[in-house]
Unconditional design. Structure first.
Length: 265
């Protein structure tokens, strides 16, 4: 049974395919959320909406057609999946989880040491960018994307890296010493530079760097090099837009807060 999207050596068709592993993951997260959050006193309607949006984007990124297209046909879709898993789904899931639920899950004795370690900005920066670079190496992509387990591991690595990254930006628990607004803005802007490395390779390489996508059955008239260049532009422009957009929101919130404080003096 094909339970998760992986590379295939057959010609692409727009015939719908079932990937029950994706459904189980989304349903499991929804059930866990409902079990833990339905009685939380600090749960608000916006929490449910945001978490639901996060699950919807997760489903979109992992299931047909983006899942199989990104796993073995188009590196541009692969890059789009990376951005959805790491830059779109995590902030929605975190913002949609009531603080009391996060506190119960992350500050329990077995998990608390790891949560406190990953809440440190330097370690979070390293984890996010190491996973980014490692999962875009040709050896990694060509090997793991060819198997369902490997493709699942790559997707979950992106999701984990995104959760670590966005925790620094959202900082919902004071017990984990979140950064102030200036620190969050600096953290975001520092993460603009490392993605430039794989984006540059994808955009400016004169030949396909991934054998998986070079040898995949073609889709339409797009060549492997053109597809790769589109992937590089997506990584650089869309990723940069998200980071600069989040930094701008934080800056204006910081400005409004400081203005409010000054106004009360």
């Amino acid at each position: 049974m094909t339970w998760w999207c992986a590379a295939r050596d057959t010609a692409w068709t727009w015939t719908w395919q079932a990937y029950p592993g994706v459904w189980i993951l989304v349903a499991g997260l929804a059930a866990a959320y409902w079990t833990l959050a339905r009685t939380a006193e600090d749960r608000a309607p916006r929490h449910v909406r945001l978490f639901g949006a996060g699950l919807a984007v997760l489903w979109l990124a992992a299931d047909w057609p983006l899942g199989p297209l990104g796993a073995g046909y188009l590196v541009s879709v692969h890059t789009t999946q990376y951005l959805l898993f790491s830059m779109a789904v995590p902030p929605l899931l975190l913002a949609g989880t009531p603080p009391s639920v996060l506190r119960c899950a992350l500050l329990a004795r077995p998990v608390a040491p790891l949560a406190r370690a990953l809440a440190r900005p330097l370690l979070a920066f390293a984890v996010f960018n190491v996973i980014l670079l490692a999962t875009h190496l040709p050896a990694f992509v060509d090997t793991l994307k060819a198997t369902q387990i490997g493709s699942f591991a790559a997707d979950m690595a992106w999701l984990f890296a995104g959760l670590v990254f966005w925790w620094q930006v959202l900082g919902p628990l004071p017990e984990l010493r979140p950064l102030g607004y200036p620190g969050r803005i600096v953290f975001l802007l520092l993460n603009v530079f490392v993605p430039t490395v794989p984006a540059a390779f994808l955009t400016f390489a004169d030949y396909p760097i991934y054998a998986l996508y070079e040898l995949a059955p073609p889709i339409g008239t797009i060549t492997a090099v053109e597809d790769q260049q589109i992937a590089g532009l997506i990584m650089k422009t869309a990723g940069g837009f998200i980071i600069f957009g989040a930094a701008s929101v934080l800056f204006f919130r910081w400005f409004a807060r400081e203005g409010g404080v000054e106004g009360t003096r």
